[in-house]
Design a protein around this ligand. Structure first.
Ligand code: NAD
Ligand code: WQD
Length: 343
C-alpha cells in the first residue's frame, strides 16, 4: 500500500497523520475543502517531511472532484478525516451536521467503489459512547451518543460496516479517538481553531500566549478526586501513528471492519491539565470556575488494549510532552497559521 488519499488532510489530525505517512514512505495526496483549515498546513507538512503532499482543494461531496482525484492519484486506501466536528454547532444545527458528515462519506465511498479502492480508515470519536457504564471504556461498551455530532459518527460507522457486509472486497478500520492534543514537536504544525476554542487544550494555549485573559473551568463538583472532569488526552503524533498501524492492518483484512479505541488508557483531570500546562509554559494560567458545561460527561477514558494486541500500537507520549509540544507550536505561531511568514 504505497499511495493514500487523505480527506481533511489539511486539518489538525489529518496534517499530523500526513507527516507520519510521508515519513513512513507513503505517497500522500490530500483532498480538503479548507473549510476549517489552511493550505499553509500542507506547506508546513512538506517542510517537516521533505516532501509536500499533492493538495486538491475540493469538497468530499463533489463527485466530479473525487473521481478526478481517484483517477489521478490511484490510491490504495483512503483515510477519511473530512467532516464537521463541533458538538455545540451540531446541537444548534443538526440537519447541517447529518447532511454534511453522512453525505461526505457516502459520496466518497461511491467514488472509491467506482475507482476500485476499497480500503478505508475512518475518524470516529469516543463521543459515540456518551456517559459510560464502566471505565475504562472498551469497544464493546454500549454506544449512545449525546449529541448530533456523535450520532453522525455512529451512523457512519454503521454505514461503513453495512458496505463491508454487502461486499467482502472492502475493509475498514473505525478509529474512536479520545482527546487528541499537542502538536508535532517541530512546532511547524498544530491545532488552529477558528474563533473561541471549544476544547480545553487549545483554550489554555491561547491563555498562555496572551490571546485570552483566563480559562473558564467548567464544573468543579464532579464525583472525581479533585472535582473536575477526567479525560483521556492523547498526543496527536501517537494518534497519527495509530493510523499507520490501522492502515497496515487493512492489507490482510478483506471483508472485515474493525473498531479501535485510540487513547492512552490514562485519565487526567482539568486541574491536572492546567498544572501540566503551567509547568510546560512557565506562564501563569488564570482560570475562573463555572457551572458544568451542558452535555459533558464526568469521566471518560479508554481501554486501548485491542489496538495494542491487534495493531501492535500503543500511545507512548506523556501529558507533559503533549503540553510541551502544544506550547512549541502556539508560542511560535500565536495567531496560528496566520502567523507564518509568507516567503
Ligand atoms: P479539523 O476541522 O481540523 O479537520 C477536518 C478537515 O476536514 C479540515 O481541514 C476541513 O477543512 C476539512 N473538511 C471538512 N468538511 C469537508 C468536506 N466536506 N470535504 C473536504 N474537506 C472537508 O478537525 P480535526 O480535529 O483534525 O478532526 C479530524 C477528524 O477527526 C474529524 O472527522 C473529527 O470529527 C474527528 N475527531 C476529532 C477529534 C478532535 O478532538 N479533534 C476527536 C475525535 C474525532
Ligand atoms: C475537556 C474538559 C470541559 C473547555 C470534545 C468533544 C469530543 C471529541 C473531543 C471530537 C471538559 C473542560 C473545556 C474550556 C473547560 N471531539 N473545559 N474549559 O468535551 O472531552 O471532548 O473533544 O470528536 O466529541 O466533545 O473535550 O477539551 O472540550 O473538554 O473547563 O474552555 O475540559 O468541561 O470537562 P471533551 P474538551
Amino acid at each position: 500500500m504505497a499511495t493514500v488519499l487523505v480527506t481533511g488532510g489539511a486539518g489538525y489530525i489529518g496534517s499530523h497523520t500526513c507527516v507520519a505517512l510521508l515519513e513512513a514512505g507513503y505517497q500522500v495526496a490530500v483532498l480538503d475543502s479548507l473549510a476549517n483549515s489552511s493550505a499553509a498546513a500542507i506547506e508546513a507538512v512538506g517542510e517537516i517531511a521533505g516532501r509536500r503532499p499533492r493538495l486538491d482543494v475540493a469538497d468530499c461531496r463533489d463527485e466530479t472532484a473525487l473521481d478526478k482525484a481517484m483517477a489521478e492519484v490511484r490510491p490504495d486506501a483512503v483515510l477519511h478525516f473530512a467532516g464537521l466536528k463541533s458538538v455545540p454547532e451540531s446541537v444548534a444545527d443538526p440537519i447541517r451536521y447529518y447532511r454534511h458528515n453522512l453525505e461526505s462519506t457516502a459520496v466518497l465511498m461511491e467514488a472509491m467503489e467506482r475507482a476500485g479502492v476499497r480500503r478505508i480508515v475512518f475518524s470516529s470519536s469516543a463521543t459515540v459512547y456518551g456517559e459510560p457504564d464502566e471505565l475504562p471504556v472498551s469497544e464493546t461498551a454500549p454506544t449512545r451518543p449525546a449529541n448530533p455530532y456523535g450520532s453522525t459518527k455512529l451512523m457512519i460507522e454503521q454505514m461503513v460496516a453495512d458496505v463491508i457486509r454487502a461486499d467482502s472486497r472492502w475493509s475498514a478500520a473505525l478509529l474512536r479517538y479520545f482527546n487528541p492534543v499537542g502538536a508535532h514537536p517541530s512546532g511547524l504544525i498544530g491545532e488552529d481553531p477558528e474563533g473561541v476554542p471549544g476544547n480545553l487544550m487549545p483554550y489554555l494555549l491561547q491563555v498562555a500566549v496572551g490571546r485570552r485573559p483566563m480559562l473558564p473551568l467548567y464544573g468543579t463538583d464532579y464525583p472525581t478526586p479533585d472535582g473536575t472532569a477526567l479525560r483521556d488526552y492523547i498526543h496527536v503524533m501517537d494518534l497519527a501513528e495509530g493510523h499507520l498501524a490501522a492502515l497496515e492492518s487493512l492489507e490482510s483484512s478483506a471483508g472485515q471492519v474493525h473498531t479501535y479505541n485510540l487513547g492512552t488508557g490514562r485519565a487526567a483531570s482539568v486541574r491536572e491539565v492546567i498544572a501540566a500546562m503551567q509547568e510546560a509554559t512557565s506562564h501563569p494560567l488564570p482560570y475562573e470556575e463555572f457551572e458544568r458545561r451542558a452535555g459533558d460527561v464526568s469521566e471518560l477514558w479508554a481501554d486501548p488494549s485491542k489496538a495494542r494486541s491487534e495493531l501492535g500500537w500503543s500511545a507512548t507520549r506523556t501529558l507533559a510532552e503533549m503540553c510541551r509540544d502544544g506550547w512549541i507550536w502556539q508560542s511560535a505561531h500565536p495567531q496560528g497559521y496566520r502567523s507564518r511568514s509568507v516567503p
